[in-house]
Design a binder for this molecule. Structure first.
Ligand code: CP
Length: 318
Protein backbone atom coordinates (compact mmCIF):
# COMPACT_ATOMS: atom_id res chain seq x y z
CA UNK A 1 0.00 0.00 0.00
CA UNK A 2 1.46 3.38 -1.03
CA UNK A 3 1.49 6.52 1.03
CA UNK A 4 -1.93 8.23 0.88
CA UNK A 5 -2.42 11.75 2.19
CA UNK A 6 -5.76 12.66 0.61
CA UNK A 7 -8.26 13.85 3.26
CA UNK A 8 -5.72 13.38 6.05
CA UNK A 9 -5.54 15.66 9.09
CA UNK A 10 -2.11 17.11 9.98
CA UNK A 11 -2.36 17.39 13.75
CA UNK A 12 0.69 15.85 15.44
CA UNK A 13 4.18 15.17 14.07
CA UNK A 14 4.11 11.82 15.89
CA UNK A 15 1.35 10.65 13.54
CA UNK A 16 3.90 10.51 10.70
CA UNK A 17 6.32 7.68 10.02
CA UNK A 18 9.83 8.31 8.73
CA UNK A 19 8.70 7.23 5.24
CA UNK A 20 5.77 9.65 5.33
CA UNK A 21 7.98 12.52 6.47
CA UNK A 22 10.46 11.81 3.68
CA UNK A 23 7.59 11.70 1.19
CA UNK A 24 6.36 15.15 2.29
CA UNK A 25 9.90 16.56 2.07
CA UNK A 26 10.31 15.10 -1.39
CA UNK A 27 6.96 16.54 -2.49
CA UNK A 28 7.97 20.00 -1.21
CA UNK A 29 10.85 19.99 -3.68
CA UNK A 30 8.28 20.10 -6.49
CA UNK A 31 7.32 23.59 -5.30
CA UNK A 32 10.80 24.88 -4.48
CA UNK A 33 12.40 27.06 -7.19
CA UNK A 34 15.81 25.74 -6.11
CA UNK A 35 14.79 22.38 -7.57
CA UNK A 36 12.12 23.34 -10.12
CA UNK A 37 13.36 26.05 -12.40
CA UNK A 38 10.16 27.35 -13.91
CA UNK A 39 7.68 30.08 -13.21
CA UNK A 40 4.85 28.65 -11.13
CA UNK A 41 2.77 31.83 -10.98
CA UNK A 42 0.01 30.18 -13.03
CA UNK A 43 0.12 26.93 -11.14
CA UNK A 44 -3.47 25.74 -10.82
CA UNK A 45 -3.42 22.25 -9.32
CA UNK A 46 -5.91 23.19 -6.60
CA UNK A 47 -8.04 25.61 -8.57
CA UNK A 48 -11.61 25.77 -7.28
CA UNK A 49 -10.62 24.68 -3.75
CA UNK A 50 -10.90 26.95 -0.70
CA UNK A 51 -8.60 27.12 2.34
CA UNK A 52 -10.13 28.48 5.56
CA UNK A 53 -7.54 30.02 7.87
CA UNK A 54 -8.76 30.22 11.47
CA UNK A 55 -6.17 32.09 13.50
CA UNK A 56 -7.25 32.44 17.12
CA UNK A 57 -3.70 33.52 18.04
CA UNK A 58 -1.22 35.91 16.33
CA UNK A 59 1.13 34.68 13.61
CA UNK A 60 3.20 36.16 10.82
CA UNK A 61 5.05 33.29 9.11
CA UNK A 62 2.51 30.48 9.44
CA UNK A 63 -0.56 32.50 8.53
CA UNK A 64 0.98 34.43 5.65
CA UNK A 65 2.88 31.47 4.19
CA UNK A 66 -0.27 29.32 4.23
CA UNK A 67 -2.16 32.15 2.49
CA UNK A 68 0.60 32.46 -0.06
CA UNK A 69 0.92 28.68 -0.51
CA UNK A 70 -2.83 28.25 -1.05
CA UNK A 71 -2.95 31.01 -3.66
CA UNK A 72 0.18 29.81 -5.42
CA UNK A 73 -1.52 26.48 -6.10
CA UNK A 74 -4.71 28.15 -7.29
CA UNK A 75 -6.87 28.05 -4.13
CA UNK A 76 -9.09 30.76 -2.78
CA UNK A 77 -8.78 31.74 0.89
CA UNK A 78 -11.29 32.70 3.60
CA UNK A 79 -11.00 32.97 7.37
CA UNK A 80 -10.12 35.27 10.24
CA UNK A 81 -7.23 36.21 12.49
CA UNK A 82 -9.25 38.26 14.95
CA UNK A 83 -11.85 35.94 16.52
CA UNK A 84 -13.40 38.95 18.25
CA UNK A 85 -14.43 40.21 14.81
CA UNK A 86 -16.49 37.01 14.28
CA UNK A 87 -19.65 35.67 15.90
CA UNK A 88 -17.46 34.12 18.61
CA UNK A 89 -17.76 37.65 20.05
CA UNK A 90 -21.54 37.02 20.35
CA UNK A 91 -20.96 33.73 22.16
CA UNK A 92 -20.86 31.22 19.29
CA UNK A 93 -19.11 28.04 20.40
CA UNK A 94 -15.81 26.69 19.05
CA UNK A 95 -17.47 23.61 17.57
CA UNK A 96 -20.21 25.62 15.84
CA UNK A 97 -17.54 27.92 14.37
CA UNK A 98 -15.65 24.90 13.01
CA UNK A 99 -18.86 23.36 11.64
CA UNK A 100 -19.71 26.55 9.77
CA UNK A 101 -16.22 27.09 8.31
CA UNK A 102 -16.17 23.39 7.36
CA UNK A 103 -19.18 23.99 5.14
CA UNK A 104 -17.51 26.85 3.25
CA UNK A 105 -14.06 25.34 2.63
CA UNK A 106 -12.08 22.28 1.51
CA UNK A 107 -9.37 22.45 4.18
CA UNK A 108 -9.16 24.12 7.61
CA UNK A 109 -5.87 25.60 8.82
CA UNK A 110 -6.06 26.53 12.49
CA UNK A 111 -3.86 28.16 15.14
CA UNK A 112 -5.25 28.19 18.66
CA UNK A 113 -3.81 28.95 22.12
CA UNK A 114 -5.14 25.71 23.68
CA UNK A 115 -3.28 22.39 23.50
CA UNK A 116 -5.44 19.84 21.75
CA UNK A 117 -7.66 22.39 19.96
CA UNK A 118 -6.61 21.14 16.50
CA UNK A 119 -7.64 17.59 17.42
CA UNK A 120 -11.01 18.89 18.66
CA UNK A 121 -11.51 20.74 15.36
CA UNK A 122 -10.67 17.56 13.45
CA UNK A 123 -13.31 15.66 15.48
CA UNK A 124 -15.95 18.15 14.31
CA UNK A 125 -14.79 18.75 10.74
CA UNK A 126 -15.13 16.30 7.87
CA UNK A 127 -12.57 18.12 5.71
CA UNK A 128 -8.81 17.94 6.48
CA UNK A 129 -7.60 20.03 9.43
CA UNK A 130 -4.03 21.31 9.51
CA UNK A 131 -2.69 22.27 12.91
CA UNK A 132 -0.89 25.61 12.57
CA UNK A 133 0.10 25.53 16.26
CA UNK A 134 -2.01 24.58 19.31
CA UNK A 135 -0.65 26.20 22.46
CA UNK A 136 2.47 24.55 23.90
CA UNK A 137 1.52 21.28 22.20
CA UNK A 138 2.32 20.92 18.48
CA UNK A 139 3.21 22.86 15.33
CA UNK A 140 3.79 20.00 12.89
CA UNK A 141 4.26 22.07 9.74
CA UNK A 142 7.07 23.97 11.51
CA UNK A 143 8.81 20.65 12.23
CA UNK A 144 8.41 19.58 8.61
CA UNK A 145 9.92 22.82 7.32
CA UNK A 146 12.76 22.51 9.85
CA UNK A 147 13.53 18.99 8.58
CA UNK A 148 13.25 20.20 4.98
CA UNK A 149 15.71 23.02 5.70
CA UNK A 150 18.19 20.62 7.30
CA UNK A 151 17.88 18.21 4.43
CA UNK A 152 18.48 20.99 1.90
CA UNK A 153 21.38 22.49 3.78
CA UNK A 154 23.14 19.36 5.04
CA UNK A 155 24.68 18.19 1.80
CA UNK A 156 24.53 18.00 -1.98
CA UNK A 157 21.11 17.31 -3.61
CA UNK A 158 22.27 13.90 -4.83
CA UNK A 159 22.24 12.51 -1.26
CA UNK A 160 18.51 13.08 -0.80
CA UNK A 161 16.81 10.63 1.60
CA UNK A 162 19.62 9.61 3.89
CA UNK A 163 21.05 13.07 4.05
CA UNK A 164 20.14 13.66 7.68
CA UNK A 165 21.95 10.52 8.81
CA UNK A 166 25.29 11.29 10.40
CA UNK A 167 24.70 14.95 11.23
CA UNK A 168 24.79 16.59 14.67
CA UNK A 169 22.08 19.05 15.70
CA UNK A 170 22.40 21.29 18.78
CA UNK A 171 19.15 22.69 20.24
CA UNK A 172 19.58 25.69 22.53
CA UNK A 173 17.65 28.01 24.82
CA UNK A 174 14.19 27.18 26.06
CA UNK A 175 14.02 23.41 25.74
CA UNK A 176 11.39 23.08 28.45
CA UNK A 177 8.54 25.13 26.96
CA UNK A 178 9.48 25.18 23.27
CA UNK A 179 7.03 23.00 21.31
CA UNK A 180 9.27 23.45 18.26
CA UNK A 181 12.29 21.75 19.81
CA UNK A 182 10.26 18.94 21.37
CA UNK A 183 8.72 17.98 18.04
CA UNK A 184 11.97 18.48 16.13
CA UNK A 185 13.92 16.28 18.54
CA UNK A 186 11.40 13.47 18.14
CA UNK A 187 11.28 13.85 14.35
CA UNK A 188 15.10 13.77 14.19
CA UNK A 189 15.08 10.57 16.24
CA UNK A 190 13.91 8.75 13.07
CA UNK A 191 17.37 9.45 11.63
CA UNK A 192 20.91 8.74 12.80
CA UNK A 193 21.32 12.26 14.17
CA UNK A 194 23.27 13.13 17.31
CA UNK A 195 21.46 15.73 19.41
CA UNK A 196 23.06 18.23 21.82
CA UNK A 197 20.76 20.04 24.27
CA UNK A 198 22.11 23.36 25.59
CA UNK A 199 20.04 25.17 28.22
CA UNK A 200 19.83 26.48 31.75
CA UNK A 201 19.01 23.46 33.97
CA UNK A 202 15.57 24.94 34.72
CA UNK A 203 14.78 24.99 30.97
CA UNK A 204 16.19 21.54 30.14
CA UNK A 205 14.56 19.11 27.70
CA UNK A 206 11.74 17.38 29.65
CA UNK A 207 12.37 13.79 30.78
CA UNK A 208 9.44 12.42 28.73
CA UNK A 209 11.24 13.38 25.49
CA UNK A 210 14.61 12.07 26.67
CA UNK A 211 12.93 8.75 27.50
CA UNK A 212 11.71 8.46 23.89
CA UNK A 213 15.27 9.17 22.65
CA UNK A 214 16.64 6.55 25.06
CA UNK A 215 14.15 3.96 23.81
CA UNK A 216 15.11 4.69 20.20
CA UNK A 217 18.86 4.52 20.96
CA UNK A 218 19.47 8.15 19.97
CA UNK A 219 22.85 9.62 20.98
CA UNK A 220 22.49 12.90 22.88
CA UNK A 221 24.33 15.21 25.29
CA UNK A 222 22.96 17.74 27.78
CA UNK A 223 25.03 20.89 28.46
CA UNK A 224 24.30 23.90 30.64
CA UNK A 225 26.32 26.31 28.51
CA UNK A 226 27.45 26.71 24.97
CA UNK A 227 30.78 24.87 24.55
CA UNK A 228 33.70 26.92 23.21
CA UNK A 229 34.37 24.16 20.66
CA UNK A 230 30.80 23.46 19.55
CA UNK A 231 30.88 20.54 17.09
CA UNK A 232 27.57 20.60 15.27
CA UNK A 233 26.19 20.89 11.75
CA UNK A 234 23.23 22.95 12.95
CA UNK A 235 22.51 25.07 16.00
CA UNK A 236 18.77 25.54 16.47
CA UNK A 237 18.30 28.62 18.63
CA UNK A 238 15.01 29.28 20.47
CA UNK A 239 13.23 32.16 22.14
CA UNK A 240 12.80 31.90 25.92
CA UNK A 241 9.01 31.81 26.10
CA UNK A 242 8.13 34.58 28.53
CA UNK A 243 4.41 33.84 28.15
CA UNK A 244 4.83 30.31 29.62
CA UNK A 245 6.61 31.45 32.87
CA UNK A 246 4.51 31.64 36.03
CA UNK A 247 7.27 33.59 37.82
CA UNK A 248 8.49 36.62 35.83
CA UNK A 249 11.57 37.16 38.03
CA UNK A 250 12.70 33.63 37.07
CA UNK A 251 12.25 34.58 33.39
CA UNK A 252 14.33 37.74 33.84
CA UNK A 253 17.16 35.77 35.51
CA UNK A 254 17.42 33.33 32.61
CA UNK A 255 16.32 35.17 29.47
CA UNK A 256 19.71 36.52 28.37
CA UNK A 257 21.90 33.54 29.29
CA UNK A 258 21.77 31.95 25.84
CA UNK A 259 21.76 35.01 23.60
CA UNK A 260 23.98 34.69 20.49
CA UNK A 261 25.94 37.91 20.05
CA UNK A 262 28.28 38.96 17.23
CA UNK A 263 31.01 36.64 18.58
CA UNK A 264 28.99 33.65 17.32
CA UNK A 265 30.29 34.56 13.85
CA UNK A 266 33.35 32.35 14.46
CA UNK A 267 31.08 29.28 14.63
CA UNK A 268 29.27 30.32 11.45
CA UNK A 269 32.67 30.71 9.79
CA UNK A 270 33.51 27.15 10.87
CA UNK A 271 30.37 25.86 9.12
CA UNK A 272 27.76 25.65 11.89
CA UNK A 273 24.40 26.58 10.32
CA UNK A 274 22.21 28.70 12.55
CA UNK A 275 18.44 28.07 12.56
CA UNK A 276 15.54 29.65 14.47
CA UNK A 277 11.78 29.20 13.97
CA UNK A 278 11.36 32.98 14.46
CA UNK A 279 10.10 35.38 15.71
CA UNK A 280 13.25 36.28 17.61
CA UNK A 281 13.42 38.84 20.36
CA UNK A 282 17.09 39.37 21.23
CA UNK A 283 18.46 35.82 21.07
CA UNK A 284 20.32 36.29 17.76
CA UNK A 285 22.28 39.48 17.11
CA UNK A 286 21.13 40.98 13.76
CA UNK A 287 24.80 41.49 12.80
CA UNK A 288 24.86 37.70 12.12
CA UNK A 289 21.97 37.85 9.63
CA UNK A 290 24.07 38.46 6.52
CA UNK A 291 26.30 35.41 7.10
CA UNK A 292 25.56 32.63 4.57
CA UNK A 293 25.33 30.11 7.42
CA UNK A 294 22.66 32.15 9.23
CA UNK A 295 19.78 30.34 7.53
CA UNK A 296 16.71 31.34 9.58
CA UNK A 297 15.18 33.52 6.85
CA UNK A 298 15.71 30.78 4.25
CA UNK A 299 14.16 28.38 6.79
CA UNK A 300 11.01 30.56 7.00
CA UNK A 301 10.85 30.71 3.18
CA UNK A 302 10.98 26.90 3.03
CA UNK A 303 7.69 26.94 4.95
CA UNK A 304 6.02 28.05 1.76
CA UNK A 305 7.10 24.95 -0.18
CA UNK A 306 6.18 22.56 2.65
CA UNK A 307 2.74 24.18 2.95
CA UNK A 308 2.12 24.11 -0.80
CA UNK A 309 3.00 20.41 -0.73
CA UNK A 310 0.77 19.65 2.27
CA UNK A 311 -2.25 21.46 0.81
CA UNK A 312 -1.83 19.68 -2.51
CA UNK A 313 -1.42 16.32 -0.72
CA UNK A 314 -4.42 16.56 1.61
CA UNK A 315 -6.58 17.70 -1.30
CA UNK A 316 -5.41 14.74 -3.36
CA UNK A 317 -4.15 17.04 -6.11
CA UNK A 318 -0.59 15.71 -6.33
N1 CP B 1 7.53 30.17 13.35
C1 CP B 1 6.25 30.57 13.49
O1 CP B 1 5.34 29.77 13.74
O2 CP B 1 6.07 31.91 13.36
P1 CP B 1 4.66 32.66 13.48
O3 CP B 1 4.24 32.58 14.93
O4 CP B 1 4.94 34.07 13.05
O5 CP B 1 3.68 31.96 12.60
Amino acid sequence: MGIIFKSRDIIDINDFSKEELLFILKTARKFDPEYVKKDRSNYTIAQGKIAALLFFEPSTRTEQSFKSAAQKIGMGIIGFDDPEATSIHKGESFSDTIRIMNSYADVLIMRHPESGAAGKAADVADIPVINAGDGANQHPTQTMLDLYTMMKEAGPPSREAGRLDGITVALMGDLKYGRTVHALSIALSHFKVKQIFISHPSLAMPAEFLQILDKRGVKYEQLDQMPSDLQADFLYQTRVQKERFKNLSEYKKIKDKFVLDASFKKFLDRGVKLMHALPRVNEIDPSLDAHPNAIYFAQARNGLYIREALLALVLGRI
